[in-house]
Design a protein around this ligand. Structure first.
Ligand code: FAD
Length: 423
Protein backbone atom coordinates (compact mmCIF):
# COMPACT_ATOMS: atom_id res chain seq x y z
CA UNK A 1 0.00 0.00 0.00
CA UNK A 2 1.37 3.42 -0.93
CA UNK A 3 1.84 6.16 1.68
CA UNK A 4 0.65 9.73 1.32
CA UNK A 5 1.59 12.70 3.44
CA UNK A 6 -1.25 15.18 3.97
CA UNK A 7 -2.09 18.05 6.31
CA UNK A 8 -5.48 16.70 7.36
CA UNK A 9 -7.12 13.28 7.28
CA UNK A 10 -10.92 13.35 7.53
CA UNK A 11 -12.27 9.94 8.51
CA UNK A 12 -15.89 9.61 7.46
CA UNK A 13 -17.38 11.94 4.87
CA UNK A 14 -20.85 12.44 6.34
CA UNK A 15 -22.43 15.88 6.01
CA UNK A 16 -19.97 17.46 8.44
CA UNK A 17 -16.92 15.51 7.34
CA UNK A 18 -17.58 16.21 3.67
CA UNK A 19 -18.09 19.91 4.33
CA UNK A 20 -14.96 20.19 6.49
CA UNK A 21 -12.80 18.19 4.10
CA UNK A 22 -13.95 20.27 1.12
CA UNK A 23 -13.46 23.60 2.87
CA UNK A 24 -9.98 22.66 4.10
CA UNK A 25 -8.97 21.47 0.62
CA UNK A 26 -10.28 24.73 -0.85
CA UNK A 27 -8.19 26.61 1.71
CA UNK A 28 -5.11 24.99 0.19
CA UNK A 29 -4.41 22.22 2.70
CA UNK A 30 -3.55 18.72 1.51
CA UNK A 31 -6.63 16.75 2.59
CA UNK A 32 -7.30 13.02 2.52
CA UNK A 33 -10.94 12.02 2.89
CA UNK A 34 -11.54 8.42 3.94
CA UNK A 35 -15.04 7.06 3.36
CA UNK A 36 -16.21 3.52 3.90
CA UNK A 37 -19.54 3.86 2.12
CA UNK A 38 -20.82 6.89 0.25
CA UNK A 39 -19.50 10.44 0.27
CA UNK A 40 -22.22 12.47 1.98
CA UNK A 41 -22.90 9.90 4.69
CA UNK A 42 -26.22 8.85 6.10
CA UNK A 43 -28.30 11.98 5.48
CA UNK A 44 -28.57 12.11 1.66
CA UNK A 45 -28.69 8.36 0.99
CA UNK A 46 -30.48 6.69 3.90
CA UNK A 47 -31.52 9.49 6.24
CA UNK A 48 -32.96 12.99 6.15
CA UNK A 49 -33.54 13.51 2.45
CA UNK A 50 -35.07 10.23 1.25
CA UNK A 51 -37.07 9.84 4.47
CA UNK A 52 -38.50 13.34 4.00
CA UNK A 53 -39.49 12.40 0.43
CA UNK A 54 -41.37 9.43 1.89
CA UNK A 55 -42.98 11.71 4.48
CA UNK A 56 -43.95 14.29 1.86
CA UNK A 57 -45.73 11.55 -0.09
CA UNK A 58 -47.45 10.14 3.00
CA UNK A 59 -48.54 13.62 4.05
CA UNK A 60 -50.08 14.17 0.62
CA UNK A 61 -52.13 11.00 1.10
CA UNK A 62 -53.25 12.25 4.51
CA UNK A 63 -54.17 15.66 3.11
CA UNK A 64 -56.15 14.00 0.31
CA UNK A 65 -58.06 11.99 2.89
CA UNK A 66 -58.91 15.23 4.73
CA UNK A 67 -60.84 16.70 1.80
CA UNK A 68 -64.26 15.27 2.83
CA UNK A 69 -66.04 17.71 5.13
CA UNK A 70 -63.83 20.64 4.11
CA UNK A 71 -63.63 20.75 0.33
CA UNK A 72 -65.63 17.99 -1.37
CA UNK A 73 -64.85 14.33 -1.78
CA UNK A 74 -61.72 12.35 -2.54
CA UNK A 75 -60.59 8.88 -3.40
CA UNK A 76 -56.99 8.28 -2.42
CA UNK A 77 -55.15 5.33 -3.92
CA UNK A 78 -51.63 4.98 -2.53
CA UNK A 79 -48.85 3.87 -4.85
CA UNK A 80 -45.35 3.28 -3.51
CA UNK A 81 -43.76 3.17 -6.98
CA UNK A 82 -43.33 6.95 -7.48
CA UNK A 83 -41.86 7.26 -3.99
CA UNK A 84 -39.33 4.51 -4.59
CA UNK A 85 -38.53 5.99 -8.00
CA UNK A 86 -38.05 9.49 -6.62
CA UNK A 87 -35.70 8.23 -3.92
CA UNK A 88 -33.71 6.15 -6.39
CA UNK A 89 -33.57 8.67 -9.23
CA UNK A 90 -33.75 12.12 -7.62
CA UNK A 91 -32.36 11.72 -4.10
CA UNK A 92 -29.68 9.08 -4.22
CA UNK A 93 -28.68 8.67 -7.88
CA UNK A 94 -29.24 4.95 -7.32
CA UNK A 95 -26.97 5.15 -4.25
CA UNK A 96 -24.12 6.46 -6.36
CA UNK A 97 -21.94 9.20 -4.86
CA UNK A 98 -19.97 10.12 -7.99
CA UNK A 99 -21.24 13.70 -7.93
CA UNK A 100 -20.26 14.21 -4.28
CA UNK A 101 -16.93 12.42 -4.70
CA UNK A 102 -16.08 14.54 -7.75
CA UNK A 103 -17.11 17.66 -5.87
CA UNK A 104 -14.60 16.82 -3.15
CA UNK A 105 -11.76 15.85 -5.49
CA UNK A 106 -12.60 18.90 -7.62
CA UNK A 107 -11.71 21.02 -4.59
CA UNK A 108 -8.31 19.34 -4.49
CA UNK A 109 -9.04 16.66 -1.86
CA UNK A 110 -7.85 13.07 -2.24
CA UNK A 111 -10.52 10.45 -1.69
CA UNK A 112 -9.64 7.08 -0.20
CA UNK A 113 -12.41 4.51 -0.16
CA UNK A 114 -12.37 1.95 2.63
CA UNK A 115 -13.06 1.25 6.26
CA UNK A 116 -9.58 1.73 7.60
CA UNK A 117 -9.78 -0.25 10.81
CA UNK A 118 -13.55 -0.61 10.61
CA UNK A 119 -14.86 -4.11 10.03
CA UNK A 120 -18.19 -4.79 8.29
CA UNK A 121 -21.12 -4.57 10.66
CA UNK A 122 -22.57 -7.83 11.89
CA UNK A 123 -25.54 -8.64 9.69
CA UNK A 124 -26.06 -12.24 10.88
CA UNK A 125 -29.34 -13.50 12.30
CA UNK A 126 -32.84 -12.60 11.14
CA UNK A 127 -33.31 -10.56 7.94
CA UNK A 128 -34.38 -7.39 9.70
CA UNK A 129 -34.39 -3.94 8.15
CA UNK A 130 -32.40 -0.93 9.24
CA UNK A 131 -33.16 2.51 7.81
CA UNK A 132 -31.05 1.48 4.79
CA UNK A 133 -33.40 -1.30 3.65
CA UNK A 134 -36.49 0.74 4.60
CA UNK A 135 -35.34 3.62 2.42
CA UNK A 136 -34.17 1.40 -0.44
CA UNK A 137 -37.28 -0.75 -0.65
CA UNK A 138 -39.15 -0.76 -3.94
CA UNK A 139 -42.00 -2.76 -2.41
CA UNK A 140 -44.32 -1.69 0.37
CA UNK A 141 -44.51 -4.41 3.04
CA UNK A 142 -47.94 -5.75 3.91
CA UNK A 143 -47.10 -5.37 7.61
CA UNK A 144 -44.15 -4.11 9.61
CA UNK A 145 -43.01 -4.01 13.23
CA UNK A 146 -40.94 -0.93 14.04
CA UNK A 147 -38.58 -1.38 16.98
CA UNK A 148 -37.85 2.01 18.48
CA UNK A 149 -40.23 4.93 18.93
CA UNK A 150 -37.71 7.74 18.47
CA UNK A 151 -37.78 10.19 15.60
CA UNK A 152 -36.68 7.76 12.88
CA UNK A 153 -39.01 4.96 14.02
CA UNK A 154 -41.99 7.28 14.42
CA UNK A 155 -41.50 8.99 11.05
CA UNK A 156 -41.13 5.73 9.11
CA UNK A 157 -43.99 4.03 11.01
CA UNK A 158 -46.37 6.79 9.93
CA UNK A 159 -45.16 6.70 6.32
CA UNK A 160 -45.71 2.95 5.98
CA UNK A 161 -49.05 3.20 7.78
CA UNK A 162 -50.33 5.92 5.49
CA UNK A 163 -49.41 3.84 2.46
CA UNK A 164 -51.54 1.00 3.77
CA UNK A 165 -49.17 -1.29 5.65
CA UNK A 166 -50.26 -2.72 9.01
CA UNK A 167 -47.78 -1.09 11.40
CA UNK A 168 -46.90 -1.82 15.01
CA UNK A 169 -44.38 0.35 16.83
CA UNK A 170 -42.58 -0.92 19.92
CA UNK A 171 -40.76 1.37 22.33
CA UNK A 172 -38.94 0.08 25.42
CA UNK A 173 -39.31 3.33 27.35
CA UNK A 174 -42.57 4.75 28.65
CA UNK A 175 -43.46 7.02 25.72
CA UNK A 176 -42.97 7.54 22.02
CA UNK A 177 -40.27 10.17 21.27
CA UNK A 178 -38.68 9.33 24.64
CA UNK A 179 -36.16 12.19 24.50
CA UNK A 180 -38.94 14.76 24.15
CA UNK A 181 -41.67 16.08 26.44
CA UNK A 182 -44.23 13.49 27.65
CA UNK A 183 -46.91 15.61 25.93
CA UNK A 184 -45.15 15.01 22.59
CA UNK A 185 -45.16 11.25 23.09
CA UNK A 186 -48.82 11.30 24.10
CA UNK A 187 -49.79 13.39 21.08
CA UNK A 188 -48.04 11.13 18.58
CA UNK A 189 -49.46 8.00 20.27
CA UNK A 190 -52.96 9.53 20.00
CA UNK A 191 -52.51 10.35 16.30
CA UNK A 192 -51.01 6.92 15.58
CA UNK A 193 -53.94 5.25 17.35
CA UNK A 194 -56.35 7.20 15.17
CA UNK A 195 -54.44 6.15 12.04
CA UNK A 196 -54.55 2.48 13.05
CA UNK A 197 -50.88 2.11 14.04
CA UNK A 198 -50.39 -0.28 16.96
CA UNK A 199 -48.39 1.40 19.74
CA UNK A 200 -46.61 -0.47 22.53
CA UNK A 201 -44.66 1.71 24.98
CA UNK A 202 -42.85 0.57 28.10
CA UNK A 203 -42.52 -2.74 26.26
CA UNK A 204 -38.93 -3.85 25.71
CA UNK A 205 -38.61 -6.50 23.02
CA UNK A 206 -37.20 -9.64 24.62
CA UNK A 207 -36.97 -12.00 21.67
CA UNK A 208 -37.23 -11.83 17.90
CA UNK A 209 -37.87 -14.82 15.66
CA UNK A 210 -38.36 -15.23 11.93
CA UNK A 211 -40.08 -18.25 10.43
CA UNK A 212 -39.09 -17.58 6.84
CA UNK A 213 -42.19 -15.46 6.14
CA UNK A 214 -42.80 -13.21 9.12
CA UNK A 215 -41.24 -11.85 12.30
CA UNK A 216 -42.59 -12.43 15.77
CA UNK A 217 -41.41 -10.05 18.46
CA UNK A 218 -42.01 -11.13 22.06
CA UNK A 219 -42.43 -8.21 24.42
CA UNK A 220 -41.79 -8.04 28.13
CA UNK A 221 -45.03 -9.08 29.78
CA UNK A 222 -45.70 -11.88 27.31
CA UNK A 223 -47.36 -10.04 24.42
CA UNK A 224 -46.33 -10.89 20.86
CA UNK A 225 -46.46 -8.72 17.77
CA UNK A 226 -45.95 -9.90 14.21
CA UNK A 227 -45.04 -8.41 10.88
CA UNK A 228 -43.75 -9.32 7.45
CA UNK A 229 -40.86 -6.94 8.07
CA UNK A 230 -38.99 -5.79 11.16
CA UNK A 231 -37.45 -2.33 11.11
CA UNK A 232 -34.83 -1.79 13.80
CA UNK A 233 -34.81 1.94 14.52
CA UNK A 234 -33.28 1.93 17.96
CA UNK A 235 -30.44 4.31 17.22
CA UNK A 236 -27.06 4.07 15.61
CA UNK A 237 -23.95 4.32 17.75
CA UNK A 238 -20.34 4.98 16.95
CA UNK A 239 -17.86 2.13 17.25
CA UNK A 240 -14.93 3.97 18.72
CA UNK A 241 -12.78 0.86 19.08
CA UNK A 242 -13.04 0.07 15.37
CA UNK A 243 -12.15 3.64 14.61
CA UNK A 244 -8.94 3.25 16.60
CA UNK A 245 -9.81 6.15 18.87
CA UNK A 246 -7.75 4.62 21.70
CA UNK A 247 -4.51 5.20 19.81
CA UNK A 248 -4.92 8.94 20.40
CA UNK A 249 -5.95 8.50 24.02
CA UNK A 250 -9.74 8.60 23.59
CA UNK A 251 -11.77 6.24 25.80
CA UNK A 252 -13.03 3.61 23.37
CA UNK A 253 -15.61 2.19 25.76
CA UNK A 254 -17.69 5.38 25.65
CA UNK A 255 -20.58 6.08 23.32
CA UNK A 256 -19.16 9.39 22.17
CA UNK A 257 -15.94 11.34 21.80
CA UNK A 258 -15.52 14.06 24.45
CA UNK A 259 -14.45 17.39 22.94
CA UNK A 260 -13.75 20.93 24.08
CA UNK A 261 -15.47 24.04 22.74
CA UNK A 262 -13.34 23.92 19.59
CA UNK A 263 -14.30 20.29 19.00
CA UNK A 264 -10.74 19.21 19.83
CA UNK A 265 -10.66 15.59 21.01
CA UNK A 266 -6.88 15.14 21.40
CA UNK A 267 -3.81 16.98 20.14
CA UNK A 268 -4.26 17.24 16.36
CA UNK A 269 -7.61 15.41 16.47
CA UNK A 270 -11.08 16.93 16.10
CA UNK A 271 -14.46 15.19 16.25
CA UNK A 272 -17.78 16.39 14.85
CA UNK A 273 -21.37 15.33 14.24
CA UNK A 274 -23.17 12.32 15.68
CA UNK A 275 -20.02 10.98 17.32
CA UNK A 276 -19.78 14.01 19.63
CA UNK A 277 -23.07 13.03 21.29
CA UNK A 278 -24.74 16.43 21.37
CA UNK A 279 -27.55 15.39 19.05
CA UNK A 280 -27.59 13.19 15.94
CA UNK A 281 -28.68 15.78 13.42
CA UNK A 282 -27.31 16.94 10.11
CA UNK A 283 -27.49 20.55 11.23
CA UNK A 284 -25.33 19.66 14.25
CA UNK A 285 -22.77 18.00 12.02
CA UNK A 286 -22.65 21.04 9.71
CA UNK A 287 -22.45 23.45 12.66
CA UNK A 288 -19.56 21.48 14.14
CA UNK A 289 -17.81 21.31 10.77
CA UNK A 290 -17.76 25.11 10.52
CA UNK A 291 -16.04 25.34 13.92
CA UNK A 292 -13.53 22.60 13.13
CA UNK A 293 -12.58 24.21 9.82
CA UNK A 294 -12.10 27.61 11.48
CA UNK A 295 -10.02 26.10 14.28
CA UNK A 296 -7.76 24.17 11.89
CA UNK A 297 -7.28 27.24 9.73
CA UNK A 298 -6.61 29.42 12.78
CA UNK A 299 -9.60 31.65 12.05
CA UNK A 300 -11.48 33.48 14.77
CA UNK A 301 -14.62 31.58 15.76
CA UNK A 302 -17.20 31.26 18.48
CA UNK A 303 -16.81 28.10 20.56
CA UNK A 304 -19.53 25.48 20.19
CA UNK A 305 -22.67 26.03 22.26
CA UNK A 306 -25.24 23.32 22.84
CA UNK A 307 -27.87 25.04 24.96
CA UNK A 308 -30.24 25.67 22.04
CA UNK A 309 -30.11 22.53 19.92
CA UNK A 310 -33.19 22.39 17.69
CA UNK A 311 -34.63 19.11 16.48
CA UNK A 312 -37.72 18.20 14.48
CA UNK A 313 -39.54 14.89 14.25
CA UNK A 314 -41.23 15.04 10.86
CA UNK A 315 -44.34 13.15 11.80
CA UNK A 316 -47.73 14.73 11.05
CA UNK A 317 -48.10 16.68 13.30
CA UNK A 318 -44.47 17.73 13.32
CA UNK A 319 -42.79 17.87 16.71
CA UNK A 320 -40.18 20.60 16.94
CA UNK A 321 -38.21 21.11 20.12
CA UNK A 322 -35.25 23.13 21.30
CA UNK A 323 -33.09 23.16 24.41
CA UNK A 324 -34.19 21.43 27.60
CA UNK A 325 -37.37 19.56 28.35
CA UNK A 326 -39.16 20.43 31.58
CA UNK A 327 -37.77 17.31 33.28
CA UNK A 328 -34.28 18.02 31.92
CA UNK A 329 -34.39 21.57 33.29
CA UNK A 330 -35.52 20.36 36.72
CA UNK A 331 -32.70 17.77 36.74
CA UNK A 332 -30.26 20.64 36.28
CA UNK A 333 -31.68 22.32 39.39
CA UNK A 334 -33.37 25.10 37.45
CA UNK A 335 -36.44 26.67 39.03
CA UNK A 336 -38.91 26.07 36.26
CA UNK A 337 -42.03 27.83 35.06
CA UNK A 338 -44.06 26.24 32.29
CA UNK A 339 -46.49 27.73 29.78
CA UNK A 340 -48.71 25.74 27.44
CA UNK A 341 -51.24 26.39 24.71
CA UNK A 342 -53.18 24.14 22.35
CA UNK A 343 -53.01 24.58 18.57
CA UNK A 344 -56.65 23.49 17.90
CA UNK A 345 -57.94 26.28 20.13
CA UNK A 346 -55.86 28.95 18.38
CA UNK A 347 -57.63 30.82 15.55
CA UNK A 348 -55.43 29.23 12.88
CA UNK A 349 -55.78 25.76 14.38
CA UNK A 350 -59.56 26.12 14.44
CA UNK A 351 -59.61 27.26 10.79
CA UNK A 352 -57.28 24.40 9.80
CA UNK A 353 -59.65 21.88 11.41
CA UNK A 354 -58.56 18.48 9.98
CA UNK A 355 -55.05 17.59 11.08
CA UNK A 356 -54.76 20.46 13.54
CA UNK A 357 -53.40 18.50 16.52
CA UNK A 358 -50.60 20.21 18.38
CA UNK A 359 -49.43 22.31 21.28
CA UNK A 360 -46.81 24.76 22.42
CA UNK A 361 -44.91 24.15 25.64
CA UNK A 362 -42.41 26.63 27.02
CA UNK A 363 -39.89 25.93 29.78
CA UNK A 364 -38.64 29.03 31.55
CA UNK A 365 -35.77 29.49 33.96
CA UNK A 366 -37.75 31.49 36.52
CA UNK A 367 -34.68 33.11 38.06
CA UNK A 368 -33.17 34.33 34.77
CA UNK A 369 -36.55 35.05 33.17
CA UNK A 370 -35.58 33.37 29.90
CA UNK A 371 -36.72 30.27 28.05
CA UNK A 372 -34.37 27.29 28.32
CA UNK A 373 -36.51 24.94 26.27
CA UNK A 374 -39.60 24.79 24.11
CA UNK A 375 -41.71 22.40 22.07
CA UNK A 376 -43.79 23.33 19.07
CA UNK A 377 -45.95 20.44 17.89
CA UNK A 378 -48.52 20.84 15.16
CA UNK A 379 -48.92 21.64 11.48
CA UNK A 380 -45.60 23.24 10.43
CA UNK A 381 -44.38 22.68 14.00
CA UNK A 382 -40.78 22.57 12.74
CA UNK A 383 -41.18 26.01 11.17
CA UNK A 384 -42.86 27.55 14.22
CA UNK A 385 -39.84 26.26 16.14
CA UNK A 386 -37.56 28.85 14.53
CA UNK A 387 -38.71 31.71 16.74
CA UNK A 388 -38.41 29.55 19.83
CA UNK A 389 -34.89 28.50 18.85
CA UNK A 390 -33.95 32.15 18.54
CA UNK A 391 -35.49 32.91 21.93
CA UNK A 392 -33.59 30.09 23.67
CA UNK A 393 -30.33 30.69 21.78
CA UNK A 394 -30.22 34.44 22.43
CA UNK A 395 -31.81 34.23 25.90
CA UNK A 396 -34.54 36.69 24.94
CA UNK A 397 -36.38 37.70 28.15
CA UNK A 398 -39.78 35.97 28.24
CA UNK A 399 -41.28 39.30 29.18
CA UNK A 400 -40.18 40.73 25.79
CA UNK A 401 -41.75 37.71 24.04
CA UNK A 402 -44.99 38.66 25.74
CA UNK A 403 -44.73 42.21 24.45
CA UNK A 404 -44.11 41.49 20.75
CA UNK A 405 -46.70 41.40 17.94
CA UNK A 406 -47.70 38.02 16.51
CA UNK A 407 -49.28 37.98 13.03
CA UNK A 408 -52.92 36.85 12.89
CA UNK A 409 -54.00 34.12 12.17
CA UNK A 410 -50.75 32.15 12.21
CA UNK A 411 -49.83 28.93 13.95
CA UNK A 412 -47.07 30.77 15.80
CA UNK A 413 -49.64 32.93 17.58
CA UNK A 414 -50.08 29.94 19.90
CA UNK A 415 -46.64 30.88 21.27
CA UNK A 416 -48.03 34.19 22.55
CA UNK A 417 -50.71 32.41 24.56
CA UNK A 418 -48.16 30.01 26.05
CA UNK A 419 -45.92 32.95 27.03
CA UNK A 420 -48.83 34.60 28.86
CA UNK A 421 -49.52 31.34 30.67
CA UNK A 422 -46.01 30.88 32.08
CA UNK A 423 -46.45 30.01 35.75
C1 FAD B 1 -33.91 7.67 8.65
C2 FAD B 1 -33.14 8.86 9.18
C3 FAD B 1 -33.68 10.12 9.06
C4 FAD B 1 -33.00 11.23 9.51
N1 FAD B 1 -33.57 12.45 9.37
C5 FAD B 1 -32.92 13.55 9.80
C6 FAD B 1 -33.48 14.83 9.65
O1 FAD B 1 -34.57 14.99 9.12
N2 FAD B 1 -32.78 15.90 10.08
C7 FAD B 1 -31.55 15.77 10.67
O2 FAD B 1 -30.95 16.78 11.04
N3 FAD B 1 -30.98 14.56 10.83
C8 FAD B 1 -31.63 13.45 10.42
N4 FAD B 1 -31.05 12.22 10.57
C9 FAD B 1 -29.73 12.14 11.22
C10 FAD B 1 -28.60 12.49 10.25
O3 FAD B 1 -28.64 11.63 9.12
C11 FAD B 1 -27.26 12.36 10.95
O4 FAD B 1 -27.29 13.11 12.15
C12 FAD B 1 -26.14 12.90 10.08
O5 FAD B 1 -26.03 12.17 8.89
C13 FAD B 1 -24.83 12.77 10.88
O6 FAD B 1 -23.81 13.31 10.15
P1 FAD B 1 -22.31 12.95 10.49
O7 FAD B 1 -21.49 13.98 9.77
O8 FAD B 1 -22.09 12.82 11.95
O9 FAD B 1 -22.00 11.56 9.82
P2 FAD B 1 -22.81 10.38 9.12
O10 FAD B 1 -23.84 10.86 8.18
O11 FAD B 1 -23.16 9.37 10.16
O12 FAD B 1 -21.69 9.82 8.21
C14 FAD B 1 -20.50 9.24 8.73
C15 FAD B 1 -19.76 8.65 7.57
O13 FAD B 1 -18.50 8.16 8.05
C16 FAD B 1 -18.21 6.91 7.48
N5 FAD B 1 -17.29 6.27 8.41
C17 FAD B 1 -17.49 6.07 9.73
N6 FAD B 1 -16.37 5.54 10.29
C18 FAD B 1 -15.46 5.42 9.28
C19 FAD B 1 -14.12 4.95 9.20
N7 FAD B 1 -13.46 4.50 10.27
N8 FAD B 1 -13.50 4.95 7.99
C20 FAD B 1 -14.14 5.43 6.90
N9 FAD B 1 -15.40 5.89 6.92
C21 FAD B 1 -16.05 5.89 8.10
C22 FAD B 1 -19.56 6.26 7.29
O14 FAD B 1 -19.53 5.33 6.23
C23 FAD B 1 -20.46 7.47 6.94
O15 FAD B 1 -20.57 7.68 5.55
C24 FAD B 1 -31.72 11.08 10.12
C25 FAD B 1 -31.15 9.80 10.26
C26 FAD B 1 -31.85 8.71 9.80
C27 FAD B 1 -31.21 7.36 9.95
Amino acid sequence: MSEHEVDVVVIGLGPGGEYAAGRLAEAGLAVAGVEARLVGGECPYWGCIPSKMMIRAADLLAEGRRIPGLAGSSVVTPDWAPVAHRIRAEATDDWDDTVAADRFTGKGGRLFRGYGRITAPDRAGTPYWTNHEAIETGQLPESIVVLGGGAVGAELAQVFGRFGARVTIVEALGQLLPLEEPESGKLIAKVFGREGIGVHTGSPAERVSHDGDAFTVSLKGGQEVTGERLLVATGRRADLASLGAGTVGIDESGRQIPVDGHLRAAPGVWALGDVVGQGAFTHMSMYHAGIVVADILGEEHHPAEHHAVPRVTFTDPEVGAVGLTEAGAREQGITVRVGRSQVPSSARGWIHKAGNDGFIKLVQDAERGVLVGATSAGPAGGEVLSMLTLAVHAAVPAQRLGEMIYAYPTFHRAVEEAVHRLS
